[in-house]
Design a protein around this ligand. Structure first.
Ligand SMILES: NC(=O)c1ccc[n+]([C@@H]2O[C@H](COP(=O)([O-])OP(=O)(O)OC[C@H]3O[C@@H](n4cnc5c(N)ncnc54)[C@H](OP(=O)(O)O)[C@@H]3O)[C@@H](O)[C@H]2O)c1
Length: 267
């Protein structure tokens, strides 16, 4: 990500050791920084403001204050301190930060974790696993929506397919073949998939190789195989999805590793 691209980086614990170091490093690099503190009028906050940060009052126990603080931010640095808040509150605060960042549509969340990646009984490590697990689950929820779409296609479950699509979704089918073009709206898109099924005798298979998603965007790398009129298709396709607030597909594009093979298959 380029310095100066839209939106500030919001830094939790900005008056502390870790957050303070992150603020100084970002400012030195020319980033726009929003420094979060419970005491925006305090001496430490003034030092941060003098250094060029925008100081914002927020309480990590209060999710709404975090959502306000993250509004329009492109990144969030998340750190809590169990030795001042207690372990239970550390988890509550860490989850609040992740959830507020997700709701605010923040694209990058850096979480100051610690430990060895598995339960150890060390309190300040196990709390980090709980927060990190919740962060991953939030991202995975969007991936699960894409997986549900693929499963619906695989099972020819029209109701589930329709439920995965926004009503005014647009499906761009690239290339220069008989089905290439833009399909606008759920019905047109389902009609396109009906054509695919009919033309291929229901042989098209979509095998997910990798799926990624955040709040607004999804990407899927799929192996696509099919048979039609004695021809075989076997390509890898990179799918891009724009998602709405409910995780439904708003717009779709795809790029095949061998578009000529795709065009030849359909024509
Ligand atoms: N010490 C180690 O060896 C070590 C090693 C690895 C990891 N860690 C981890 O590092 C973390 C601690 O980071 P740190 O040393 O940077 O902590 P820190 O210096 O205590 O800073 C934490 C900051 O968070 C803010 N804060 C505290 N409670 C808050 C709340 N309820 N709402 C909003 N802001 C709050 C405080 O700012 P305001 O008072 O201005 O609001 C404080 O300055 C812990 O998770 C610890 O497990 C420590």
């Amino acid at each position: 990500m380029a310095v100066g691209s839209a939106g500030a980086v919001a830094v939790c614990g900005a008056t502390g050791r870790q957050g303070g170091a992150v603020v100084r490093h970002l400012l030195t690099g020319g980033w726009q920084v929003r420094a979060l503190t419970r005491s925006p009028d305090g001496a430490l906050a003034r030092t941060l403001a003098d250094a060029g940060a925008e100081v914002v009052g927020a309480e990590m126990g209060d999710a709404e204050s975090l959502r306000r603080a993250f509004d329009g931010a492109q990144g969030v640095y998340s750190v809590q301190n169990p030795y001042t808040s207690g372990f239970d509150q550390e988890v509550v605060q860490g989850k609040n930060v992740a959830s507020a960042a997700y709701t605010a549509g923040v694209r990058h969340l850096v979480y100051a974790s610690a430990g060895v990646g598995r339960p150890t009984g060390v309190g300040s490590w196990d709390t980090k696993l709980a927060v990190g697990g919740m962060e991953r689950a939030m991202v995975n929820e969007r991936v699960q929506r894409l997986e549900a779409w693929l499963a619906a296609y695989g099972n020819d479950d029209r109701e589930a397919m329709a439920g995965s699509l926004a009503e005014d979704a647009v499906w761009h089918v690239g290339g220069t073949h008989r089905l290439s073009g833009d399909y606008r709206g759920r019905d047109a898109i389902l009609g396109y998939f009906d054509s695919v099924r009919t033309e291929t005798g229901d042989t098209m298979r979509l095998e997910p190789l990798e799926m990624l998603a955040n709040e607004q965007h999804g990407a899927a790398f799929l192996r696509v195989t099919a048979e039609r009129q004695g021809r075989n298709l076997d390509v890898v396709v990179a799918d891009a999805f724009l998602l709405d607030g409910d995780g439904r597909i708003l717009e779709f594009w795809a790029h095949a590793n061998d578009q000529q093979a795709v065009d030849a298959f359909w024509d």
